[in-house]
Design a protein around this ligand. Structure first.
Ligand SMILES: *[C@@H]1O[C@H](CO)[C@@H](O)[C@H](O)[C@H]1NC(C)=O
Ligand SMILES: *[C@@H]1O[C@H](CO)[C@@H](O)[C@H](O)[C@H]1NC(C)=O
Ligand SMILES: *[C@@H]1O[C@H](CO)[C@@H](O)[C@H](O)[C@H]1NC(C)=O
Ligand SMILES: *[C@@H]1O[C@H](CO)[C@@H](O)[C@H](O)[C@H]1NC(C)=O
Ligand SMILES: *[C@@H]1O[C@H](CO)[C@@H](O)[C@H](O)[C@H]1NC(C)=O
Ligand SMILES: *[C@@H]1O[C@H](CO)[C@@H](O)[C@H](O)[C@H]1NC(C)=O
Ligand SMILES: *[C@@H]1O[C@H](CO)[C@@H](O)[C@H](O)[C@H]1NC(C)=O
Ligand SMILES: *[C@@H]1O[C@H](CO)[C@@H](O)[C@H](O)[C@H]1NC(C)=O
Ligand SMILES: *[C@@H]1O[C@H](CO)[C@@H](O)[C@H](O)[C@H]1NC(C)=O
Ligand SMILES: *[C@@H]1O[C@H](CO)[C@@H](O)[C@H](O)[C@H]1NC(C)=O
Length: 884
């Protein structure tokens, strides 16, 4: 989602394509076929620039663990009138209430408006909140427990602020290209690592009684052209948002994979993305929403738009959208595709009552599923100002009252944040045990803008939209306000002063003479450098969200060269949102250590000091590849529109070959590979054992049968007089209401194309029983996909002299000519005392061994030989075995 802050460019264009729908069979690039070279099945070599329609929208059934939440939701929704139901589905408009998104309330039943609030790293737009490490750091921990604990802590902060829905975590972008501006909000370009940490985060958040929102569904792999209106602000004239053209195999084996994990973990809301997928907007794409998410994955929660990501009323409703945010067509237009239009659409019969009821059931069931009935408290903050008193309705400037109670929700989370910060720091190089430092070094020098304070203060750049001072958080709606930011400079100085040592620092990267002078005196020089990125509505140093390059920012490379040319004990610490080019640093003898610390949040300095001074033995692993050249990744972003004034087209022709899979296929050696990371101790691997549980001969039963017919709850009167604006209403300007301003429907809709039924695809109003999909059967897909076929164990021994943590990783070669060499399938972070051993245990499920069969529309295990590998990175795999 986005926030056009007051200083940012305000897009006022109301020109909008009103009715894109995926029944459109005219592919703009008929030649954009999927390359057969990457396909495990020749039939997958399809034209991926067209999204096949799938109707009707599946209605929730209370499947899996959702039964009791559904029963409560049915009892609640049965009592509602038409306008009360519409209220649940539609936001009240941008800056209409206090959270970044709120739907309408149901005052008659005492149900307050739901508060949807950013971000994936905490509570955005408020104070007295924590700033947690970013998703990319959580990935680097390879620690399920820390992912859960962070989710629970963030959920608890949202709960205490009165937020109902935390808008996170993120698995889209997955990280197709390393330059992607928001990759850090998500976890890793590996779908299994992302899927596990995404699901853990969801369960952590929801354990605190707050609805998690898995986003952005799907194909949101770059910031450029994600919205045509935003692109216009940058001078691009395009009619529609970029289309991510993704074939069926790649969709299943890569981009959809983590969402399946989240659905299986019970994620109660999912945000559809701004972009188009195969030339149909993600928020009205019936293939993505009806077929894949609600059909195949049997998703029981609700789908909410990204902010301003809705492009049609009837079309999106029938394609499976359940809630529109912030509710207006464009920010502050005062108009809505839903609101009154949805009331009208139900009354004129284009949106069946069962579809509206299903939206409401999904929204209310989500609310019960996470226990909002016990956890909900009044909203006590305001997203638009930190003033204590102000307007309840910010944009309309109405309802002056107490809006910010400044509730401190941080609890003891600083300890967890510090712990995740150090647990996510990857030790890349450590020549002759240069690290850990003792703190008793004779002369410690720290260099780099990235070590120090932002001169404007830690929150001095709105939504962290600059790269000044240490990079504790990247920019965009995925950020939060710091309560404080412990810089590396402060933490290291504290360390040295406690030992009565000598400490000096220079945070101006361009003070060449002073840098050389200080470097010549230092017994150890610690150089902090960074590379930043963020969301597309903010540009920093010419980077429109996405990075323009993979090199260091702010003269970081010159700084490293200046210091290391003089000091033969130079330690480099990198804060970055993703991969970057390390030049010859890995081989430069004066650079004795390199650490990647990611985007660590408010405790940044303490976390890195814990690692540098050996209180924490590093155990993190790279959640992506550090390649030698940008081209090595085999993927890149689209920076210039390639389809005239039409929607830019990105064909994901690399298929599933992103990050390490691309380098492996091309036989390119990276600088540091995916999964790599050192420790202050050493480990050995032995004794691989594979136990057959069900094995590969067991049967996999495609789901058959059909759904019950669509239920409806309560009755909707056809009398338009029942839905008029109440006479006693205190009307708030720009606010989106469910009411009609006329008893004539076309007048109430106030829409130039009223009555045009092209938005009603074939079968979309059908409420009869529907066939179940073979790969469906329970939330997350066919339950037999998660059957354990093999159990793998291996012995990991700490061969050094201090306690440490190691992440053994299980990779599989699926063996087909179009499969990656290896794919990660499991991992575990183990804590092992010196001289001791621990057992790594990992399950292999049916899904882990399957490919997507585009003809059967189901998963299948191919006949190719499957080999498993266990080791300490994607390229250090000492143990292997063939599965029989
Ligand atoms: C179908 O898509 C093409 C290409 O984007 C566009 O020109 C055409 O207007 C669309 N047709 C409909 C009915 O939306
Ligand atoms: C596909 O067709 C479009 C439009 O005709 C053309 O601009 C483009 O170069 C073609 N691409 C390839 C890979 O042939
Ligand atoms: C892909 O298919 C085309 C057309 O059938 C064929 O000419 C080409 O050799 C195939 N490429 C590979 C790598 O199999
Ligand atoms: C719809 O929501 C608005 C805003 O919360 C509220 O004022 C109004 O009373 C609600 N309408 C109904 C019918 O509940
Ligand atoms: C109904 O939707 C149309 C766009 O399809 C919009 O122009 C119109 O203003 C909406 N009506 C209301 C009452 O918001
Ligand atoms: C802040 O950062 C911007 C670029 O991100 C840079 O141009 C500017 O000089 C910096 N200002 C300060 C005071 O560091
Ligand atoms: C890469 O981008 C950063 C940030 O805009 C900039 O500081 C740096 O100079 C760029 N690198 C190159 C080689 O242009
Ligand atoms: C390493 O540092 C020494 C000074 O200690 C310097 O003479 C030498 O040139 C440096 N080497 C490199 C590769 O920068
Ligand atoms: C690094 O430089 C110092 C003094 O400049 C010297 O004493 C030491 O031997 C050098 N170390 C190496 C490994 O070259
Ligand atoms: C029904 O109402 C919706 C919402 O205003 C409108 O888009 C649609 O064109 C209408 N359809 C008919 C058949 O009147």
């Amino acid at each position: 989602m986005m926030w056009l802050a007051p200083f940012a460019l305000l897009v006022t264009s109301l020109v909008h394509p009103s009715s894109q729908q995926d029944g459109n069979t005219t592919a703009p690039f008929p030649n954009a076929t999927y390359p057969n070279a990457t396909s495990p099945n020749p039939a997958a070599a399809v034209n991926a620039s067209f999204s096949p329609p799938y109707y009707p929208a599946p209605w929730g059934t209370g499947a899996g663990e959702w039964a009791s939440a559904y029963a409560k939701a049915q009892a609640f929704v049965s009592q509602l009138t038409l306008t009360e139901k519409v209220n649940l589905t539609t936001g009240v408009g941008w800056e209409g209430e206090r959270c970044v998104g709120q739907n309408g309330a149901i005052p008659r039943l005492g149900f307050r408006s739901m508060c949807l609030q950013d971000s994936p790293v905490g509570v955005r737009d408020t104070d007295y909140n924590s700033v947690f490490p970013a998703g990319v750091n959580v990935a680097a921990t390879f620690d399920r427990g820390l992912a859960y604990a962070r989710g629970q802590a963030m959920g608890s902060e949202h709960q205490m602020k009165g937020s109902d829905v935390q808008l996170g975590p993120v698995a889209g972008p997955l990280g197709r290209a390393p330059e992607g501006g928001r990759n850090w909000e998500g976890f890793s370009p590996d779908p299994v690592l992302t899927g596990i940490q995404f699901a853990q985060t969801v369960q952590g958040i929801q354990s605190a009684g707050v609805i998690a929102c898995g986003k952005h569904y799907i194909g949101n792999e770059q910031e450029h052209f994600r919205q045509s209106t935003e692109a216009a602000g940058y001078g691009y004239n395009i009619s529609d948002a970029v289309s991510a053209n993704i074939d069926d195999v790649t969709m299943h084996e890569l981009y959809l994979w983590p969402f399946a994990d989240a659905v299986r973990a019970g994620v109660a809301s999912i945000m559809c993305s701004y972009n188009q997928v195969n030339n149909s907007y993600a928020c009205q794409n019936s293939h993505m929403l009806n077929y894949l998410l609600k059909g195949e994955l049997d998703y029981q929660g609700f789908v909410v738009t990204d902010w301003q990501g809705q492009h049609s009323g009837v079309g999106s409703a029938l394609a499976g959208l359940d809630m529109t945010m912030p509710g207006d067509t464009l920010f502050n237009s005062g108009q809505s595709y839903w609101g009154a239009n949805l009331t009208v659409a139900v009354l004129n019969g284009t949106v069946p009552q069962w579809r509206l009821d299903d939206m409401c059931i999904r929204i209310i069931a989500a609310w019960y599923y996470v226990g909002r009935d016990n956890a909900s408290i009044p909203i006590n903050f305001d997203a638009w100002t930190t003033d204590t008193y102000g307007y309840q309705h910010f944009f309309a400037k109405e309802g002056y009252t107490l809006i910010n109670e400044h509730v401190d929700v941080r609890q003891e989370h600083a300890d967890l944040i510090r712990q995740i910060g150090s647990a996510s720091t990857v030790l890349l190089k450590n020549t002759n045990n240069a690290l850990p430092l003792t703190g008793k070094e004779k002369f410690t020098a720290v260099f780099g803008d990235d070590a120090g304070d932002n001169p404007y203060g830690p929150n001095g750049c709105p939504d962290r939209g600059c790269d000044n001072g240490t990079l504790g958080m990247a920019w965009g709606s995925g950020s939060a306000n710091f309560p404080y930011l412990v810089t590396p400079e402060t933490a290291i100085q504290n360390e040295i002063l406690s030992n009565n040592g000598v400490f000096q620092s220079i945070t101006n990267n361009f003070a060449g003479m002073q840098i050389q002078q200080l470097a010549s005196q230092a017994s150890v020089a610690i150089v902090f450098v960074n590379a930043d990125s963020g969301e597309g509505y903010i540009t920093v140093d010419g980077n429109e969200g996405d990075r323009n390059n993979l090199t260091l920012w702010d003269g970081g490379d010159v700084l490293i060269q200046n210091v290391s040319a003089i000091c033969n004990n130079t330690i480099v610490v990198i804060h970055s949102t993703g991969p970057l080019l390390l030049g010859n640093y890995s081989t430069n003898p004066n650079i004795t250590a390199i650490l990647w610390a990611g985007i660590p949040g408010e405790q940044s300095g303490n976390s890195i000091a814990d690692v540098l001074y050996g209180r924490v033995n590093p155990g993190a692993k790279l959640p992506f590849t550090l390649a030698g050249a940008r081209e090595d990744y085999g993927t890149d972003l689209l920076y210039i529109p390639n389809n005239g004034k039409g929607a830019p087209q990105i064909a994901f022709t690399e298929g599933v070959f992103i990050d390490y899979r691309a380098l492996d296929r091309a036989n390119v050696t990276p600088i540091y590979e995916f999964g790599y990371g050192l420790s202050y101790t050493t480990f050995s691997y032995s004794n691989l054992q594979v136990k057959t549980v069900l094995g590969m001969n067991g049967t996999y039963t495609p789901t058959t049968g059909s759904t019950p017919p669509a239920p409806t709850y309560g009755t909707v009167s056809n009398n338009t007089a029942d839905y008029q604006f109440p006479s006693n209403l205190t009307y708030v300007p720009y606010y989106i209401y469910p009411y009609l301003n006329s008893t004539t429907l076309s007048t109430a809709a106030n829409s130039s194309d009223y009555g045009d039924n092209s938005d009603v695809p074939l079968n979309s109003q059908n409420s009869s029983s529907q066939p179940l999909l073979p790969a469906s059967g329970a939330p997350g897909g066919n339950p037999e996909l998660y059957d354990v076929l093999y159990e793998v164990t291996a012995t990991i021994t700490n061969t050094g002299s201090i306690a440490g943590e190691e992440v053994p990783q299980l990779y599989i070669s699926l063996g087909g000519p179009y499969d990656p060499n290896i794919v990660l399938r499991n991992f575990e972070r183990l804590s092992i005392q010196p001289g001791m051993s621990a057992t790594f245990t990992a399950d292999i499920t049916r899904r882990d061994l399957s490919n997507w069969d585009t003809v059967a529309q189901n998963w299948a295990i191919s006949s190719y030989t499957k080999t498993i590998y266990v080791g300490s990175s994607s390229r250090k795999l000492p143990l292997s075995a063939t599965l029989s």
